[in-house]
Design a protein around this ligand. Structure first.
Ligand SMILES: C[S@@+](CC[C@H](N)C(=O)[O-])C[C@H]1O[C@@H](n2cnc3c(N)ncnc32)[C@H](O)[C@@H]1O
Length: 451
């Protein structure tokens, strides 16, 4: 029986690749995780469970993995419709609800190796966060936080404390994809380093610069495209530098990792987000070890870590489910009319439309797509198909959500391994609690041998 342990410290020894979990290791005794091994384990787990998470729910007319995972399928259909949202919004409840059935199916398929890897589906705090020697005194910075929304302020405080916990070198700082440079401003104020903030939106640069000037801070904005060609002389990325990026999306933080590791930048601290915002249709692994895994991740798959459901109020949930059922009902109708088995996306609707009838919605959606609806259409049949498909998609997505953590870990560890391969010592920690932001991973890399 698997125990669901949240945010638990995990140590892996190279000799024994079985995971042993222990919540109470004192910090000095924590064995640094062997990230290469963990990446391989995650690759194995994800490859063997691929049918469960690599699926587009809207495209399905039945559970596509039903035959291979019959116990899980049966368990899923036993969950009342009214409980799905609750389970979906609570990761530990999701695991405890579905893991026993998944375990049984893997056992029946003699996938014992995968069985021992299932704890990787839990949220893992990889290493303990650095000890903060000098916490930032927020009370002295009240005037700074005025421009920044509550949670963002907490994020930048926590990120700065962690990324500069051992700030002895006082290197010049590069803030990558800075927005208005809130993070850079706090760093300039608290870390005694000059800050260069790179951002491509002119108005954000101007606003950020004027706030920095007002407080007489050593922060300069560069208005530039992160993807612009650079040469060593003109590049804002230098060796003698600490590069930081808070929530630079997809390709943007990957671009920093590549350029900074090429330049041999002394310290790099990033918190990745929006893994799906990439130019390629599929994820391009960074590290050699991830490349060997041959795991193909589409943009749809890369969105999975960001699909954290929250319980909204009952009325909101009911309307959302109604909208999904109507959209899927119309989708079944358009497939019949167009004789095409392809999902057809329909624009966003006004909430007031949901107060009307399903047939009115279909007429509106058909007009958006220049489709004419035959006069003998029995709308109730399609509404029923929509309701059936809505129950199915909810369940397919519930199972996909089991793999949110594993996929995000795989992506994070790919970045860690890449930096290792480029000669960096790397730590992977959480810089703040998930309640402040679920994108709370901090990859902190430093060069021990400078060339
Ligand atoms: C999600 S925001 C993060 C902003 C800031 N780091 C924060 O945490 O508040 C991403 C920022 O990247 C900027 N950005 C997007 N594409 C860019 C590019 N090609 N070059 C430079 N900046 C870019 C956006 O304008 C935006 O300000």
């Amino acid at each position: 029986m698997l125990t669901v342990i949240m945010a638990e410290q995990v140590q892996i020894s190279q000799q024994d690749s079985e995971l042993t979990q222990s919540a109470d290791l004192p910090q000095k005794d924590v064995i640094k995780p062997d990230y290469a091994t963990r990446l391989s384990q995650l690759s194995t787990l994800l490859a063997l469970t691929q049918p469960l998470w690599q699926v587009v729910a809207f495209d399905c007319k039945y559970l596509p993995w039903q035959q291979a995972f019959p116990t899980l399928a049966a368990k899923l259909w036993r969950i009342p419709d009214t409980e799905i949202d609750l389970i979906d919004s609570n990761p530990s409840l999701l695991l405890s609800s579905l893991l026993p059935a998944l375990e049984q199916d893997l056992q029946a398929a003699k996938q014992h190796q995968t069985l021992s890897l299932l704890p990787l589906l839990n949220r893992q705090a990889y290493e303990l966060a650095a000890e903060i020697n000098q916490p930032i005194d927020e009370s002295a910075l009240k005037h700074f936080s005025g421009h920044i929304k509550g949670r963002k302020w907490q994020q930048i405080i926590a990120f700065t404390e962690q990324a500069f916990a051992n700030n002895h070198d006082h290197l010049p700082i590069l803030e990558w994809c800075a927005g208005k440079g809130h993070l850079g401003r706090l760093i300039a104020k608290t870390q005694q380093g000059s800050v260069t903030s790179l951002e491509w939106q002119q108005d954000l640069c101007e606003q950020g610069q004027s706030i920095a000037d007002k407080w007489q801070l050593d922060q300069k904005f560069i208005c530039a495209d992160a993807f612009a060609d650079v040469c060593a002389n003109t590049s804002p990325i230098k060796q003698t530098q600490h590069a930081v990026a808070l929530h630079a999306c997809g390709d943007l933080h990957v671009r920093l990792l590549r350029l900074a590791s090429e330049a041999g930048t002394q310290i790099i601290s990033i918190s990745p987000c929006c893994y799906h915002l990439i130019q390629d249709s599929h994820y391009q692994p960074l590290s050699n070890i991830a490349k060997q895994a041959k795991l193909t991740l589409s943009r749809h798959d890369l969105q999975l870590p960001l699909q954290q459901s929250v319980i909204a109020n009952q009325k909101h949930n009911t309307l959302r489910q109604q909208e999904i059922a109507w959209r899927l009902g119309f989708d079944s109708l358009q497939r019949t009319i167009r004789q095409s088995d392809q999902y057809l996306p329909v624009p966003t609707i006004k909430q007031s439309q949901l107060a009307g009838s399903f047939s009115d919605f279909c007429v509106w959606a058909a007009a958006q797509k220049s489709i004419s609806i035959p006069s003998d259409t029995i709308f109730d049949d399609y509404l029923q198909q929509g309701l059936n498909r809505q129950r199915l998609t909810q369940r397919i997505d519930l199972v996909r959500h089991l793999f949110r953590q594993a996929i995000e870990q795989w992506l994070l560890i790919d970045r860690v391994c890449f930096l290792n391969e480029q000669g960096y010592q790397v730590t992977l920690t959480e810089f703040c609690p998930t309640e402040i932001t679920p994108r709370n991973a901090l990859i902190h890399a430093y060069k021990t041998h400078l060339v």
